[in-house]
Design a protein around this ligand. Structure first.
Ligand code: ADP
Ligand code: 5GP
Length: 192
């Protein structure tokens, strides 16, 4: 028993699209030792700068079907017309080796993962206001006005925000430094 590795902790992080979750997580992941991303699979195309196997496993619809058949996915969702899923191994392999893991999923994914891992710690990242969220969505997309894609993202974002109270922690991303510090402190509190 003495040599048994202590299981790692699971942190589930959700946010409405454009709230700044990716920006925050990318900053803190390298600052906290022994913390890793559970890399999801997705059928969406990589954005500039995204790396296969790091940001996502970019896969085909056929690959997804094969993963379904082999029961390799813990949960999955269609988001903005693309498929996203969390491979069981991305979590199990890490926590069984004592690694702490961040799972970045939408609200539906959160609810499903929480069923499998009730001990998981959950964090919801909120934008300071709906107006600021709109500005960030426009900025990230390099657009001046809302098109159908952004309207859909905004609709889903406002819907997802109604679930924030189901999470253990809510962090408002107004000032980026402050939000990073808050998320970091929450994680450190649970792993140290
Ligand atoms: P998400 O992963 O939640 O969809 P991103 O991390 O891609 O969101 O952030 C959306 C946009 O908002 C990006 O252009 C990012 O640079 C910007 N952003 C993130 N945090 C802040 C902040 N605190 N203040 C201003 N802009 C921010
Ligand atoms: P994006 O395309 O902007 O990277 O992600 C879009 C949305 O999909 C985000 O809300 C993100 O949290 C969610 N997402 C990413 N990976 C997964 C996953 O494996 N499962 C689920 N349910 N949602 C995911």
């Amino acid at each position: 028993m003495e040599n048994q590795v202590k299981r790692g902790k699971i942190f589930i992080v959700s946010a409405p699209s454009g709230a700044g979750k990716t920006t925050i997580l990318k900053r803190i992941i390298n600052e906290i030792p022994n913390l890793y991303f559970a890399v999801s699979v997705t059928t969406r195309k990589p954005r500039p700068g995204e790396v296969d196997g790091v940001d996502y496993h970019f896969v085909s619809v056929e690959d997804v079907l094969e993963m379904f058949r082999k029961k390799e996915l813990l949960e999955w969702a269609m988001v903005h017309g693309n498929f996203y899923g969390t491979p069981v191994r991305e979590i199990e392999d890490k926590i069984n080796n004592g690694k702490n893991v961040i799972v970045d999923v939408d609200v539906k994914g959160f609810m499903r993962i929480k069923k499998f891992y009730p001990e998981a710690i959950s964090i919801f990242i909120l934008p300071p206001s709906e107006e600021e969220l709109k500005r960030r969505l426009l900025k990230r997309a390099g657009k001046e006005e809302f098109d159908e894609d952004l309207k859909e993202r905004f609709r889903k974002a406002t819907y997802e925000m109604t679930f924030k109270d189901l999470y253990d922690y809510v962090v408002v991303n107004d000032d980026l430094e402050k939000a990073c510090k808050e998320v970091k402190e929450i994680i450190l509190k649970h792993i140290s």
